[in-house]
Design a protein around this ligand. Structure first.
Ligand code: ADP
Ligand code: MG
Length: 754
């Protein structure tokens, strides 16, 4: 009888200790690499292959050749350079000839490569004092002697693993795994276990229907897993990788499509009283609220803003609930678009909510919104033909008891039209008269559950409970993000939302001149720029370094920095302070004093990262900028250059690591959010997208959102088709089980709720 095919969830239940040679100590080492089960092991992919047929004999190598040499270490010597740096010198021999191998500044090589070690050396051959030499070659240990981490070999393994390793050397193509000297695992040990796992796992169940596989030209899963780890020829590795990358993207898309279907399952839309034409004046007849708003703006809208409004209005008026992502680089003017959408809801007799992740941002937004809608009025329902001013309210966790109660009553009666707030909006005592639109700023900090919670608030609205228009309906949803994400990545991240993009900045904007100030002199110039701009009547931000520790530690460090600046580089200028630990009234006051110029320099933590809008701000100084990520730096820079004044951004610090230096160089080179996002992905890798961190699994290992655009599209198509009339995957239990491996429990409960 044929063995039943194994599924991934089954493999995920087999611990690595079931493999030969994995004892407690090796299991612990693997655990540190995140490898606990056979499934984890099989999804640990080689990062390169050694094609043995191209291995060279030392005797045949000439100076200047680049080659892979398999040789045994004969002697090891460590000495010091004149500057005291360690130099490790090896003499190696491969049976045909010998050569010297030299490592500078890698003292640990002496431990890694004691005499007797057999290793592959990749590098360029040169000649030094008459002998062949490789300098700082790449090394893969094939047969080790002792242990790299110095805990000599009490391990029960090595017999078998090195037996495997010896056998592998006869293979033509050898996979190379990311070895880790830190936990004491070599590529070859990992390779041996993987090989055993592939062999013992046998045929794998393939949840992708055969017809799709054929249509997309993908190899079977069993073939893919075999060929990625144990290829018989280099040419089979690409199709294997393609299939496995597809699976990663497919699971991701499946989760996103299911998420959307779950949200839409019993959706009931409000048909808002607005038309796409209202985005473009001039209008005839009596002006609506939206029209009065647009007509009163002190600037004319960009084409992108108009077109986004047309899209939003059309969808709000339509028969399905809106789920839109409004993406626009910093400064592209998302707030005005959001305000227009909120007013579109209000003019039909509904309310709007704007939810943001932090209190400072909530305060900022309520300030900005009030300024924008100043002077607008709405009908007073109890007085025929009467009007009252449009009401914008602010609700955060710090809103005190009495105010909060008053506000809750006003929301329930409909006396407040638009509420801006934090998570505090989600609490039970907040009830709406008729919630028509929810706008969420900076989506990445809100989970899907919170979105569902807000929707439920809309459903529970008083008007919704009653009969009549909008009864029991879902509010529309608009998510705004300034996080620059490439389109493909956005599609993967927000696959359950349709996108609308603001790809145009308001006219007259002067690009922010960005300087990476790594030297003392350059830093001096930054401070002198702050002083001269303040003299001009402009404003400057100084963002303090991130420090480890609690919010309180952070607050203290900012305060110290303020004292330092006041006594040193910014002596004589009134400095303001802003950090997350300050009471809200102090924060509001600090922002107000900065805005009106009482304190023209604001020394702050990253609380100013998003949303802060002070057009007179022309200088942003980020201290120790290498500690910040690209997206964060881009956001910070976006706080200046918000008018037609020339602006500067100074990134202080040397950028301690190569990666930090690359980030700072990229920031200085370009202001294009999309380009920066690409660099960011490049530097960080794609990381985890679904909420899987808890399970320690990353969902994209082989697939790249940037490079596998075609696979992503295909994955999307298959996911849409398969779930179209099977939204809980009942007909594809194998797929559903597999998906669960990658979901955190909340997400799982939400997607597969019965
Ligand atoms: P973001 O997209 O970063 O949230 P904002 O909505 O905060 O951008 O807008 C940035 C600044 O540009 C604000 O001061 C806003 O008033 C202004 N602004 C928005 N739209 C326009 C426009 N069409 N023309 C001129 N200024 C605009
Ligand atoms: Mg904004």
């Amino acid at each position: 009888m044929a063995t039943p095919e194994r599924t991934l969830p089954q493999l995920a239940r087999i611990p690595v200790t079931r493999l030969h040679g994995v004892g407690d100590r090796k299991a612990k080492a693997l655990g540190e690499l995140g490898i606990e089960s056979v499934f984890d092991l099989l999804t640990t992919y080689p990062f390169r292959y050694i094609d043995r047929s191209r291995r060279a004999d030392l005797a045949d190598l000439a100076v200047g050749d680049e080659a892979v040499v398999l040789a045994t270490v004969r002697t090891v010597r460590t000495r010091r350079s004149r500057h005291g740096r360690p130099i490790v010198e090896l003499a190696v021999h491969d049976g045909t000839a010998g050569m010297n191998v030299v490592f500078f500044n890698q003292a640990w090589r002496a431990r890694q490569l004691p005499s007797g070690t057999e290793a592959l050396f990749f590098g360029k051959v040169d000649r030094f004092r008459g002998a062949r030499q490789m300098t700082n070659p790449v090394v893969d240990v094939v047969v080790g002697v002792g242990e790299a981490d110095g805990e000599a070999g009490s391990e029960e393994v090595s017999e078998e693993a090195s037996e495997e390793a010896r056998r592998r050397r006869t293979l033509r193509i050898v996979p190379v795994y990311r070895a880790s000297a830190k936990v004491g695992l070599s590529s070859w040990e990992i390779g041996a276990w993987v090989e055993e796992a592939v062999r013992r796992a046998g045929p794998l169940a393939d949840p992708l229907p055969e017809s799709w596989r054929r249509q997309l030209g993908l190899v079977a899963r069993t073939t893919a897993v075999h060929d990625v780890h144990l290829p018989e020829a280099m040419r089979v590795t690409a199709p294997a990788r393609r299939r496995l990358a597809f699976d990663e993207l497919f699971r991701l898309q499946l989760a996103l499509v299911l998420r959307r279907r779950a949200l839409e399952a019993d959706a009931r839309a409000i048909r808002h009283a607005v038309s796409p034409r209202e985005a473009d004046g001039p209008w005839g007849g009596e002006a609506t609220l939206v029209q009065r708003f647009l007509a009163g703006l002190p600037f004319s809208l960009t084409g992108a803003q108009r077109s986004a409004m047309r899209t939003l209005f059309g969808e709000m008026a339509g028969p399905l609930p809106m789920h839109r992502l409004l993406q626009g680089d910093v400064g592209s003017g998302k707030t005005v678009v959001a305000a227009a959408a909120l007013l579109a809801s209000v003019q039909g007799g509904h309310q709007g909510a704007l939810m943001v992740p932090t209190e400072v941002l909530a305060e900022q937004h309520s300030f900005a919104l009030r300024a924008l809608v100043e002077g607008l009025s709405v009908p007073e329902p109890h007085r025929l033909g009467g009007e009252r001013p449009l009401e914008v309210a602010l609700l955060t966790n710090r809103t005190s008891g009495a105010d909060r109660q008053r506000l809750c009553r006003a929301l329930e009666s409909g006396a407040v039209d638009i509420v801006v707030g934090t998570h505090a909006l989600l609490t039970d005592d907040v009830q709406f008269h008729s919630l028509g639109l929810v706008v969420i700023d900076e989506q990445h900090r809100f989970g899907v559950e919170q979105r569902a919670q807000l929707r439920d608030k809309g459903r529970a609205s008083v008007a919704a409970r009653a009969e009549g228009p909008g009864a029991g309906a879902d509010p529309d949803l608009l998510v705004m993000t300034a996080t620059p994400i490439p389109r493909t990545a956005a599609m993967a991240l927000f696959g359950d939302l349709d996108m609308v993009v603001l790809d145009e900045l308001p006219p007259g904007r002067v690009p922010v001149e960005t300087v990476w100030a790594a030297t003392h002199d350059a830093e001096e110039r930054a401070w002198s720029r702050v002083r001269s701009e303040v003299e001009e009547g402009h404003r400057a931000f100084v963002v303090c370094p991130l420090v480890e520790g609690s919010a309180r530690v952070q607050a203290r460090s900012v305060t110290e920095e303020l004292v330092h600046l006041a006594e040193g580089p910014l002596h004589g200028i009134t400095l303001g302070l802003l950090h997350g630990q300050m009471p809200p009234s102090d924060k509001e006051q600090a922002m107000a004093r900065f805005r009106d110029g009482t304190t023209p320099v604001l020394v702050a933590t990253t609380v100013v990262e998003v949303g802060v809008d002070v057009p007179e701000a022309t200088v942003m100084v980020v201290e120790d900028a290498g500690r910040f990520g690209i997206a964060q730096l881009h956001q910070l820079r976006g706080r200046v250059g918000r008018s037609d004044l020339p602006s500067w951004c100074y990134l202080l610090g040397t950028g301690d690591t190569d990666e930090a230096a690359a980030r700072l160089a990229a920031m200085a080179r370009t202001s294009d959010g999309f380009e920066l996002a690409e660099v960011d992905l490049e530097l960080r890798g794609e990381g985890t997208i679904l909420g899987t961190r808890q399970k320690g699994r990353t969902d994209l290992v082989l697939a790249s959102l940037r490079k596998d655009g075609d696979l992503l599209d295909a994955a999307r198509r298959v996911a849409e088709t398969l779930t179209a009339d099977d939204p809980s995957l009942e007909g594809h239990p194998g797929l559903a089980d597999e998906l669960r491996l990658f979901l955190d429990p909340d997400e799982e409960a939400f997607l597969f709720k019965s």
